[in-house]
Write a protein that binds this ligand. Structure first.
Ligand SMILES: [Zn+2]
Length: 150
C-alpha cells in the first residue's frame, strides 16, 4: 500500500485503524509510515473533538425532550398553516362586507345638529256634489278632521 492509497482510506477509517491498532493493511501502513501516522493522528484528534462536541449537545437535550419539542413545533406549525389559510379568506370577507356597506348607503358625513322635520297636516280632499255645501272643522287632534256636508 502506498501513501496515496492510504490517504484515501484514512478519510473513511475506523478509530482503531487511525490509531494503528487494527489488523488491516491501513493500520499496518499507519504503524510503519511516519507521514501517514501524522495524518492519522490528526484525523483521530479531530474525530475526538467532534465526538466531545456532539456529546455535549446530546447531554443538554434528552430524546424525550427533543420528541416533545418536535411535537410542539409541529402543532404550532399546523396552527400557523391553518391561520395562514384562513386569514386571507377572512380578510377578503371583511373587505367584501365593507364594500357592500359602502355601496348600500352614502358615506356618513360630519355630524351636525339634528334636523327637525315638522309634518304639515294636509288639507282634506273633499269634493262636493253640485248644490252641496261642505264645512271642514279641524280639531285639537291633528289626526281628526270633521267634514260636515249639508
Ligand atoms: Zn504513508
Amino acid at each position: 500500500m502506498n501513501c496515496d492509497d492510504a490517504y484515501l482510506m484514512l478519510l473513511e477509517a475506523e478509530p482503531e485503524e487511525l490509531r494503528g491498532e487494527a489488523d488491516s493493511f491501513l493500520s499496518r501502513h499507519v504503524r510503519s509510515c511516519p507521514r501517514c501516522r501524522t495524518v492519522a493522528e490528526h484525523l483521530s484528534r479531530e474525530q475526538e473533538r467532534l465526538r466531545a462536541a456532539l456529546g455535549a449537545v446530546r447531554s443538554r437535550v434528552s430524546i424525550e425532550e427533543a420528541g416533545k419539542r418536535a411535537a410542539r413545533e409541529a402543532r404550532l406549525r399546523r396552527r400557523r398553516e391553518i391561520w395562514y389559510g384562513i386569514a386571507p379568506v377572512a380578510a377578503a370577507a371583511g373587505l367584501a362586507g365593507i364594500m357592500l356597506m359602502s355601496t348600500g348607503s352614502p358615506a356618513p358625513g360630519p355630524l351636525g345638529e339634528p334636523t327637525v322635520t315638522v309634518q304639515q297636516p294636509l288639507p282634506p280632499i273633499v269634493e262636493a256634489a253640485p248644490g252641496q255645501q261642505i264645512a271642514v272643522f279641524e280639531t285639537d287632534n291633528p289626526n281628526i278632521v270633521v267634514v260636515w256636508s249639508f
